[in-house]
Ligand binder design. Structure first.
Ligand code: 5RP
Length: 225
């Protein structure tokens, strides 16, 4: 039976399908909430909706393939009509922490070329200030120890994400460091500071990107604009 958390994710994800129109090019985000979106989108595709998607992770690509969603890539287009993605935290200004699943770089590359970005979350992700969720930072594996030293000098506490006994490797063959902050008072400044560290590829701070957040709760789906 569906648990309450899955139900909240599913209703937010299914609501997002209302923004899809025939002929659209759609960025397909990553994560368990996006899974519900892909399922619903596949139903619409089987009913005759003509869209093409660009997945932001290998897992999403696999789901889309299995469910019969037509895919394209950036050799065919450099823009998208819409992107739908999940998030780990959302603040009232629609700033996000993403990368809990380790796909932050591809997600950012996909989301930044979409005319509109809709984020789908359950209500546990809505926070007043970002930072409770450890910030994922993607780092080049070569000389990662020196990159981590630079991050520590900035007062950051990076923890290498593991996959069993080995470091977790992203879809781009990089490492992810989860950085505990508790609260992030100035997300813009932190993002700028982290990006200046040699070896840092990208941070999980997605700032001024989302246009709409759909939040699934016991009361239904709330919209944050
Ligand atoms: C992956 C992501 C996901 O969108 C984020 O972790 C949310 O996932 P879920 O819907 O499973 O909670 O950023 O890198």
């Amino acid at each position: 039976m569906e648990n309450q958390l899955d139900q909240k994710k599913r209703i937010a994800a299914e609501k997002a399908v209302e923004w899809i129109e025939d002929g659209m090019l759609i960025g397909l985000g990553s994560g368990s909430t996006v899974y519900w979106f892909i399922r619903k989108l596949a139903e619409r595709v089987h009913d005759g909706l003509r869209i093409q998607g660009i997945p932001s992770s290998k897992r999403t690509e696999q789901w889309a393939d299995e469910m019969g969603i037509p895919l394209t890539d950036f050799s065919k287009t450099d823009r998208l009509d819409l992107a739908i993605d999940g998030a780990d935290e959302v603040d009232p200004k629609l700033n996000l922490i993403k990368g809990g699943g380790g796909s932050l770089l591809r997600e950012k590359l996909v989301n930044q070329v979409a005319d509109k970005l809709i984020i789908i979350v359950d209500d546990s992700k809505a926070v007043l200030q970002l930072g409770q969720f450890p910030l994922p930072v993607e780092v080049v594996p070569f000389a990662w120890q020196t990159t981590v030293n630079r991050l520590r000098e900035l007062g950051v506490e990076p923890r290498l994400r593991m996959d069993g006994a080995r470091p977790f490797v992203s879809n781009n063959q990089n490492y992810i460091f989860d950085c505990a902050f508790q609260t992030i008072r100035d997300p813009q400044a932190l993002h700028r500071e982290l990006k200046q560290v040699l070896g840092v590829v990208e941070t999980g701070l997605f700032l001024n990107m989302a246009d709409l957040v759909l939040i699934g709760s016991e009361q239904g789906v709330q919209q944050l604009k």
